[in-house]
Design a binder for this molecule. Structure first.
Ligand code: ATP
Ligand code: MG
Length: 406
């Protein structure tokens, strides 16, 4: 009976509740759909993140491997043989080895290239670019505008410099014929402003060899071993660019007598000098490398650097004599508008004791006196006044020096 009662109301009820259920389900599906969407977004994000980490892991792994790898050695390519193998010479022990390289690497190599080799002496990378950076710092690219004709007096010194530096590079066979080793090093010494640096610059201008310049003070470094490394680099760059001339100006900065003070700075300078000495001693095997050094503190130099075999020639560059002073006046007034009363001979006699640098200063100063008086012509009196001024300036500065030392 209940069935019949139920039967009457059920279809309606079922319809209604079904509809409700359906609505609820639809709603539920909608919620699930959006949730699903969100989850998918999240999954994508996570995937992307995962990718990133994966990449980072790879990078770290790579770095780790690199760090664990044994160090590479530096070598120079001597020769590339016809069958494509390469003869290299290791730096440090100078041992030569025959090794194979990939075709790709070989095309970028030439005799003289610097390369990195691994334990089994395979060429790993071409380092030539790195050397270039080092070389560029020291190498004199554009020749300094000094010519031999710009130097007054010093004929003997000039000849001697040319003989030691230019001749062996230009006519090496002459030395072979006679059977002597060409001199490898010269030291220019003399008072300040006498043309030492100028001489070296003239050589640089004249020679076809690579000219490498370094001031002694540039080799003095705060950090331990830094100066010695620079000296090594200096000679290394020269070896790579043979024939080469190395010019160390103001060498006293690293080659002064050992003082009693035991400061660490001193020790560092000592180490730098030691490196220089050892590089100079190994000179004969170095081939076509000449060395020029200059100093105005000859008395201060450590005797070790003067020992035979290091500098073959000690060339004194003195203050100019009367004739030299005359020439220097001529040189530095070449472009000046001079009055008829100016005679170099007379001037040269009046300023005994002046250096080349002082004579140049006199010329400039004389020109200034003329400008002050609104003249375009420089007269003898201008030169006299200029010398009086420069001489006086020099005296006071010397006084100041003695005062500071008192
Ligand atoms: N013999 C010379 N002939 C022509 N000019 C000279 C001569 N000597 C010096 N001078 C002039 O003096 C300047 C300085 O000379 P230089 O730098 O060569 O002197 P230095 O001997 O190297 O001195 P320092 O010992 O102080 O380094 C030159 O640029 C040049 O103008
Ligand atoms: Mg100088």
């Amino acid at each position: 009976m209940t069935d019949t009662v139920d039967e009457g109301s059920q279809p309606y009820d079922t319809d209604a509740s079904n509809q409700e259920k359906l609505d609820a389900l639809e709603e539920r599906i909608e919620i699930l759909d959006t949730q699903n969407e969100e989850m998918r977004d999240k999954l994508l994000d996570a995937n992307a993140e995962n990718n990133k980490f994966q990449q980072k892991l790879e990078r770290l792994n790579h770095e780790n491997k690199k760090l664990k790898q044994s160090p590479l050695f530096v070598a120079t390519v001597q020769e590339i043989t016809d069958d494509g193998s390469v003869i290299i010479k290791q730096h440090g022990n100078n041992q030569e080895a025959l090794t194979q390289v990939t075709d790709e690497t070989r095309t970028s190599l030439e005799p003289g290239s610097r390369v990195a080799v691994n334990n089994s002496l395979s060429v790993v990378t071409d380092l030539s670019n790195e050397t270039d950076v080092r070389a560029r710092v020291m190498e004199v690219e554009e020749s300094p505008g000094v010519e031999y004709t710009d130097i007054g007096g010093l004929t003997e010194q000039m000849n001697e410099v040319r003989e030691t530096v230019e001749m062996p590079l230009e006519n090496p066979e002459m030395f072979v014929d006679v059977g002597i080793d060409p001199p490898s090093g010269i030291l220019l010494h003399g008072p300040p402003g006498t043309g030492k640096t100028m001489l070296a610059k003239a050589v640089a201008n004249q020679t076809d060899a690579t000219f490498i310049k370094m001031a002694g003070s540039e080799l003095v470094h705060k950090f331990i071993g830094e100066g010695a490394k620079l000296v090594r680099d200096l000679f290394e760059v020269a070896r790579e660019h043979e024939p080469a001339v190395i010019f160390i100006d103001e060498i006293d900065a690293i080659a002064s007598k050992r003082t009693d003070s035991k400061t660490s700075g001193d020790a560092e300078v000592q180490r730098t000098m030691m490196q220089l000495l050892s590089e100079m001693d190994g000179f004969e095997e170095r081939g076509e490398i000449r060395i020029i050094a200059a100093t105005n503190r000859f008395d201060m130099l450590d005797r070790a650097i003067l020992r035979p075999g290091r500098f073959d020639r000690l060339i004194e560059v003195p203050k100019p004599d009367a004739e030299g002073r005359e020439k220097i006046f001529e040189i530095h007034t070449r472009g000046m508008n001079l009055a008829d009363d100016v005679t170099f001979e007379e001037l040269a006699n009046e300023i005994s004791g002046a250096s080349g640098a002082q004579i140049k200063a006199i010329c400039t100063e004389a020109g200034m006196f003329a400008i002050r008086e609104d003249r375009t012509e420089v007269r003898m009196t201008d030169f006299h006044e200029a010398w009086a001024k420069i001489d006086a300036d020099e005296d006071t500065s010397e006084d100041e020096v003695s005062k500071t030392f008192a």
